[in-house]
Design a protein around this ligand. Structure first.
Ligand SMILES: [Ca+2]
Length: 456
């Protein structure tokens, strides 16, 4: 790779590669938020996103989930609620419904996303809130036809409907084979419990009108009541491997002293044959329990967070830990716990959120100091832990990176000036630039999943 070195003020010699040109994909006057999810369609031609931060803050004011063709720039609204209430979270009447955090199913032409209460349900359910949202699903060939994924049932005079939940599911993520959806969960009936991790499956016994049967995956105890080794909170979860058998997560766990806590990396094992209907859906006084056959393993004993990501081959988990200088870096650990975690990045400014695996399992992409980096994490390679920056560090923050399933294209968000037909620049509800989507080819001439320039 050609390298250019520039003498800048202060006498530092800065060497940068010849970066591939980043390409702006969206230009329309609203926000396009990738949310660092499974945003690429299986064929790599489309990116799904939500429109939060257009008319109000957060997912609660996102009015639609859309997709854009990365070659033509054509944008399609997949689902938009007929009516919305816009405003800050916390009022009695709104906001609602709140639609966002969308992900593609790799195995079927559909997307899944967070859906808060429809306006007609707000008087009974209340407005959008963490424990007041479920999954919506749209087939991409039938935009505007929304299916409900999971049932919410908050009755207190009887047991919760089997296969339903009593709160909120979010960060829905299909397993690669499409058989399961993992998610983070907040209970509404028993708020003494913190969030935990669950999964759902299409099932003939799923509640009527809903496609999936719900269960929690990770047992937790009420906040402040844990004994040593018990979990009070599970989050930051992601599938490891292709078939939904392992889910990595960050757990808040009570230490041996019975008083302090750790926050570490865990894995839940969910064998393919687990019968999800053996889960207890709970009641107003009984917290849901996982189906029989799920086990939870602790993988690390030092700080980990706020998210873990599993490799597609199921062999490794990438997560954030702290380096010797207390900076957040990306670490890699075998998913079977056969050896200790190894620090993969050593960025002076630390690694920022958004780590994603290359499908080869040989590298990850992450952010540091407003640059996107590709980092070799191939086991046994002399390049392990070495990186190449794919972008410079100029301009608005690059955030929420995602990789296509063939590993050839990177996409991410930047807030940039948006111009409309009369030449004027338009801003969002808060006077800020709209979020737009950019792509960048991953330079990898020999196709081994290790970006050109690493180690040079
Ligand atoms: Ca290569």
């Amino acid at each position: 790779m050609t390298k250019w070195c520039t003498l800048i003020l202060g006498g530092l010699l800065v060497c940068t590669g010849a970066f591939a040109q980043e390409k702006q994909i969206t230009f329309s006057p609203f926000s396009h938020d990738l949310d660092n999810n499974d945003n690429f369609s299986p064929d790599g031609k489309w990116l799904c996103y939500d429109t939060r931060e257009t008319v109000g803050g957060g997912i609660e004011n996102s009015q639609s989930v859309n997709m854009v063709n990365i070659e033509t720039g054509k944008e399609i609204i997949l689902w938009k609620a007929p009516e919305s209430i816009i405003g800050p979270k916390g009022s009695e009447t709104g906001p609602a419904p709140g639609i966002g955090a969308v992900s593609f199913n790799h195995a079927k032409a559909e997307v899944v996303f967070i859906h808060g209460p429809m306006l007609e349900d707000v008087p009974a359910r209340g407005p959008y809130d963490f424990p007041n949202r479920t999954g919506g699903r749209v087939e991409i060939n039938k935009p505007g036809v929304r299916h409900w994924v999971d049932m919410r049932d908050i009755a207190t005079d009887r047991d919760t409907t089997p296969g339903a939940h009593r709160g909120g599911t979010h960060r829905h993520e299909y397993s690669y084979n499409g058989n399961r959806i993992g998610f983070t969960y907040n209970d509404f009936l028993q708020k003494e419990y913190d969030r935990t991790v669950g999964y759902m499956e299409p099932h003939p016994d799923a509640p009527e009108g809903y496609s999936h049967y719900f269960a929690i995956m990770v047992p937790v105890v009420p906040i402040g009541t844990s004994k040593p080794g018990e979990l009070e909170k599970a989050w930051g979860d992601s599938w490891v491997g292709r078939d939904g058998r392992m889910r990595a997560f960050i757990g808040r766990v009570r230490n041996a002293d019975g008083e302090t806590y750790d926050q570490s990396l865990f894995v839940a094992d969910v064998p393919v044959g687990v019968d999800i209907t053996t889960a207890d859906a709970g009641s107003a006084t009984r917290f849901p329990t996982p189906p029989k056959g799920i086990t939870v393993r602790r993988l690390t004993t030092t700080w980990a967070g706020p998210i873990a990501r599993g490799s597609l081959d199921g062999k490794h988990i990438a997560f954030y830990g702290k380096d010797a200088n207390d900076k957040m870096q990306v670490f890699i650990i075998p998913s079977d716990g056969s050896s200790e975690a190894v620090q993969a990045t050593s960025f002076p400014e630390g690694a920022d959120l958004g780590v994603r695996w290359h499908p080869s399992g040989n590298s990850v992409v992450c952010l540091s100091n407003n640059r996107v980096a590709a980092v070799c994490v191939k086991q046994g390679s002399p390049l392990f832990g070495k990186h190449v920056f794919l972008t410079d560090q100029d301009g608005p923050a690059r955030i929420k990176p995602v990789l296509s399933w063939d590993g050839k294209t990177l996409a991410y968000n930047k807030q940039v000036p948006t111009t409309i037909a009369d030449g004027s620049i338009v801003k969002n509800y808060a006077g800020a630039d709209y979020m737009q989507i950019f792509t960048l080819p991953i330079p990898d001439e020999n196709g081994d999943g290790i970006a050109d320039g690493i180690g040079q």
